[in-house]
Write a protein that binds this ligand. Structure first.
Ligand SMILES: Cc1cc2nc3c(=O)[nH]c(=O)nc-3n(C[C@H](O)[C@H](O)[C@H](O)COP(=O)(O)OP(=O)(O)OC[C@H]3O[C@@H](n4cnc5c(N)ncnc54)[C@H](O)[C@@H]3O)c2cc1C
Length: 260
């Protein structure tokens, strides 16, 4: 842990003996499969604007934490449109969970929110990505803005499920308390939530932009940092990490933006 690290964040779970930990996923990078049909088993509301879709894959393929799938929608006249969505769930063979933020004029996100319901079938292809992935075998600092927390949640869930929660630290930035995804599951000694516009009344910090002092306690020696969010958030968070001494080649960035 770096000097100045908060005592509220503990790494004691690193001491869990290897034999007591569940098996970790294969270190090989899963290759994206073909387009396949997935059945929507459950739709959960995360916030007013975000829903999680639990999908049963017809061709099971375990993903790595940080990977994404492509969702393709096809109209009866053959018009089709596809978008990428990170997997929020920890690796498992037969199911994936995608958390989608509804954009007001968003072609795919508004369809998923307004039309798709349990029992429906949608087309997906994945898992995709070999760079923004974490195998729970080295320290990781996870920094997310808004919906950028989704792939980082897969990493946090993997760390917790593997009995190694101290191996990952998560800092997530949201505007208001009501904007926090996974609000019941995410809080813990290894996570910090930064509120930029409105903080909970008993919160430890007034609302304000993510700063170096928010990230400093989460830094772990030798860790790889995973930053995910809008382009502006990703640039800002990367700048803070570099300012705190994290080498550029230890920072991996994924941007969710209009070009996604
Ligand atoms: C690797 C990757 C992983 C992603 N994972 C997720 C995820 O887990 N959850 C999630 O909600 N999204 C995620 N995205 C973004 C997602 O792919 C879509 O871009 C998003 O859902 C918007 O698609 P749409 O069809 O609804 O909107 P569009 O019809 O494409 O766009 C509607 C309007 O919104 C703007 N816009 C487009 N995308 C965004 C955006 N991301 N933020 C703000 N404005 C935007 C456009 O410029 C346009 O004005 C990911 C993107 C990438 C590249």
């Amino acid at each position: 842990m770096t000097p100045g690290a908060s005592s509220a964040i503990r790494a004691t779970e690193l001491d869990v003996p290897a034999a007591a930990r569940p098996a970790l996923p294969s270190p090989a990078t899963p290759m994206p499969g073909r387009w396949q049909s997935a059945t929507v088993e459950e739709v959960r509301e995360e916030t007013e604007h975000a829903k999680t879709f639990r999908l049963a894959l017809s061709e099971p393929s375990p993903h790595l934490a940080g990977q994404h799938y492509i969702v393709r929608l096809t109209a009866p006249d053959g018009y089709s449109v596809s978008r990428s969505y990170s997997v929020a769930s920890a690796p498992e063979a037969s199911h994936i969970e995608l958390t989608v933020e509804r954009l007001e004029d968003g072609e795919v996100s508004s369809y998923l929110h307004d039309v798709v319901e349990p029992g429906d079938e949608i087309e997906v292809r994945g898992p995709i990505g070999g760079w923004f992935v974490w195998r729970c075998d080295s320290p990781a600092v996870l920094v997310g803005g808004g919906s950028g927390v989704v792939p980082l949640m897969a990493m946090l869930r993997l760390a917790r499920r593997s009995g190694r929660p101290g191996l990952a630290r998560l800092v997530v930035s949201v505007r208001h308390p009501a904007d926090l995804y996974y609000a019941r599951e995410l809080p813990g000694p290894e996570t910090t939530v930064v509120y930029t516009r409105e903080a909970p009344p008993a919160g430890p910090r007034p609302p304000g932009r993510l700063g170096a002092e928010d990230l400093r306690p989460a830094l772990l020696s030798g860790a790889t940092a995973y930053v995910c969010g809008s382009s502006g958030f990703a640039d800002h968070a990367t700048g803070l990490l570099i300012q705190l001494g994290v080498p550029g080649d230890h920072i991996r960035v994924e941007r969710f933006g209009p070009t996604g």
